[in-house]
Design a protein around this ligand. Structure first.
Ligand code: UT7
Length: 320
């Protein structure tokens, strides 16, 4: 392994349809006040009928490729992190590859729920640094609106649809410094969508179930530990992190972790108010927003973190 893998472009896409908290008041017994106070979420985007995860991924990927000044021909690895693929198979990564017109290299999906993008970026980093691939498209794309129980107010208000993508290329300049991935399958029961397809029919419940309180506590604990692990591995202090881009599930989780770590609120990127929880898409969406708003600049040190079902969590510390 030599050199680095470096992000050379970012992109994102949100479906046109916006569902506000007020809109949800006519679907379940909830209120804008409750949702904002408990989560920080004000609205979410929802995919149109006939729009699939690979379509969202395609729009985000095109923007990331344009930002990196690359064409689909340059891409030799496509990884899509998703828990809501277009179909059982082929992978959304292969469908995306086909829509982009890429005919070479490798393509596969990666399933680590809300930690998916961080897992995918860590995976792509190893592929690129090994020299086997030179230009990876790493995407987080989700349509969680289709796996929600729209009668369950404790979950349906929390999620949204969207996609984010980065182009990751071999470079002599510092890029990804380290990644730290974890999983603990003992906690599979606190966040899951237990249904599956068998004999042509869905068996079990195909909608998302969550013990919100248990997830909240575990998320805060592992995110803090994981951030400290990433910083220690690189001999860095929290003051060296220019932007903290954590999974966007609940602004209270981000604030709790930031407080424990001593990161200034001004360094925390927050998009959960606009996007809600877009699972594997949340981190690359937040990264792209931060880049395009000028909050993240070349040379900045970024701490990306994911956490979610599995239970899975992890971080990627990088120089942008
Ligand atoms: O991406 C994967 C990671 N997922 C997460 O990180 C989510 C983590 N968990 C959370 O963000 C929070 O636990 C929630 C936002 C899900 C819930 O917040 P909470 O402060 O833990 O509320 P709670 O579940 O303790 O519910 C408090 C009350 C309950 O009523 P009672 O029993 O006190 O009368 C709920 O029935 O709020 C009620 N409630 C609602 N009320 C209005 C639950 N959902 C709603 C709702 N609108 N949508």
């Amino acid at each position: 392994m030599t050199g680095y893998a470096r992000i050379t472009g970012t992109g994102s896409y949100l479906p046109d349809k916006v569902l506000t908290n007020r809109d949800l008041e006519s679907i379940v017994e909830t209120s804008d006040e409750w949702i904002v106070a408990r989560t920080g979420i004000r609205q979410r985007h929802v995919a149109a009928e006939g729009q699939f995860t690979s379509d969202l991924a395609l729009a985000a990927s095109r923007k990331a490729l344009a930002a990196a000044r690359r064409t689909p021909d340059d891409v030799d690895l496509v990884i899509v992190a998703t828990s809501t693929p277009d179909m059982v198979f082929p992978s959304s990564a292969c469908l995306l590859q086909g829509k982009l017109g890429v005919t070479h290299g490798a393509a596969f999906d990666l399933q680590a729920v809300c930690s998916g993008f961080v897992y995918a970026l860590a995976t792509a980093d190893l592929f690129v640094r090994s020299g086997r691939h030179r230009c990876a498209l790493v995407v987080g794309a989700e349509i969680f609106s289709r796996i929600l129980d729209w009668k369950d107010r404790s979950t349906c208000v929390l999620f949204g649809d969207g996609a984010g993508a980065v182009v990751l290329e071999a470079s002599d300049q510092p890029g990804i410094l380290s990644s730290h991935l974890h999983a603990d399958g003992r906690h599979a029961g606190i966040l899951n969508t237990p249904g599956h397809v068998c004999g042509g029919a869905v068996q079990g419940d195909p909608t998302l179930k969550m013990d919100g309180g248990a997830v909240f506590k575990l998320a805060v604990r592992v995110l803090e530990e994981n951030a400290r692990e990433a910083l220690a591995a690189n001999g860095l202090g929290i003051e060296d992190v220019d932007a903290y881009i954590a999974h966007q599930a609940n602004v209270r989780i981000i604030s709790h972790v930031a407080k424990k770590l001593g990161i200034a609120e001004s360094r925390c990127v927050v998009t959960v108010d606009r996007h809600a929880n877009t699972s594997a898409a949340s981190v690359p969406l937040a990264l792209d927003v931060a880049v395009r708003e000028g909050r993240v600049k070349r040379g900045d040190t970024l701490l990306l973190q994911g956490v979610g079902g599995g239970f899975t969590w992890g971080s990627v510390l990088l120089k942008y």
